[in-house]
Design a protein around this ligand. Structure first.
Ligand SMILES: [Zn+2]
Ligand SMILES: [Zn+2]
Length: 287
């Protein structure tokens, strides 16, 4: 069977997220968009996890109406790189929260916690909790893995081989990611990173996968492309419409080429603001 999934969203316990991001509204919004499985987001946050645990369990997923929630969370590492984590059940989420808690000052405050750990150290604990981890919006200039690292192994070190997916982000698509040789055997995920349940945010990007049923194990098999399961479609925006696609001044948004940015040493010639390398130019460099 084919199923649509959006595996990266945030709850109302993350910064700058709509108060409407609670399970009932998300479930309704997802059903409206035709997306069956949604990541819970923020599953290490104690209050959010409490509300997730109140929903009936279905093979590791939690059911609300026609929607199934898969335990997920985004964390920020000590380099500011964002990672997307998927977990098999609430017990593993509690275990992971306990493992992270000595390394975080805001695990109980922010749904997207900051961890004083490297990508490799984070991956280590995720694998211990039998979860999956990969870079979130891998190419974005502020918090994407490829903004700070040239390769998966620079970020995850000896754990890099066990990274099975990268999230593309709104400013890149599978054609972009296909230009990076080390990604040839990785699965590309397209998720919304929604901060609101409205139809223009929730599931604005999503994945379609071939699975035999709806369970964490089936989704994990599809992400790892094993036993005939696998992704069949990445639905996403035209990357040129993404906020971070072009190299631009972060203050006045004037566009520059990568060479102009270099010549100006990153200072905007119009307003003295900071120029950030866009996703398209970063991928050119990496490729
Ligand atoms: Zn992020
Ligand atoms: Zn400027």
């Amino acid at each position: 069977m084919l199923v649509n999934l959006d595996l990266h969203i945030h709850s109302r316990y993350s910064m700058a997220v709509s108060g409407d991001m609670e399970l009932g509204q998300i479930a309704k919004g997802a059903a409206h968009k035709g997306v069956k499985i949604v990541g819970t987001g923020d599953c290490l946050h104690p209050l959010w996890l409490e509300s997730i645990k109140k929903l009936p369990e279905d093979d590791g997923l939690r059911r609300q109406g026609d929607t199934l929630f898969l335990l997920s969370v985004e964390v920020e590492d000590s380099r500011r790189v964002h990672h997307l984590i998927l977990l098999p059940d609430t017990g593993k989420a509690e275990e992971l929260a306990e493992g992270f808690s000595p390394h975080s000052g805001n695990l109980h405050q922010d749904g997207r916690p900051r961890l004083h750990m490297s990508g490799a150290q984070i991956a280590d604990l995720v694998f211990e909790a039998e979860g999956l981890i990969g870079p979130a919006h891998a190419f974005t200039p502020w918090t994407g893995m490829y903004a700070y690292h040239r390769s998966l192994s620079e970020c995850y070190q000896e754990k890099a081989d066990r990274i099975r997916f990268i999230e593309l982000g709104l400013s890149a698509d599978s054609d972009y990611a296909d230009r990076i040789a080390e990604l040839s055997d990785k699965t590309f995920l397209s998720n919304s990173d929604a901060h609101s349940p409205r139809t223009n945010k929730l599931a604005r990007e999503f994945n379609q996968m071939e699975v035999e049923g709806c369970s964490y194990r089936e989704i994990a098999l599809a992400i790892c492309r094993e036993k005939g399961r696998g992704p069949t479609l990445n639905a996403g925006f035209f990357p040129g419409e993404g906020k971070y696609n072009r190299t631009a001044c972060t203050r006045c948004f004037h566009h520059f080429s990568a060479k102009e940015m270099n010549d100006l040493m990153g200072r905007c010639s119009h307003c003295q603001g900071q120029i950030k390398l866009g996703v398209a130019d970063r991928i050119d460099l990496l490729a």
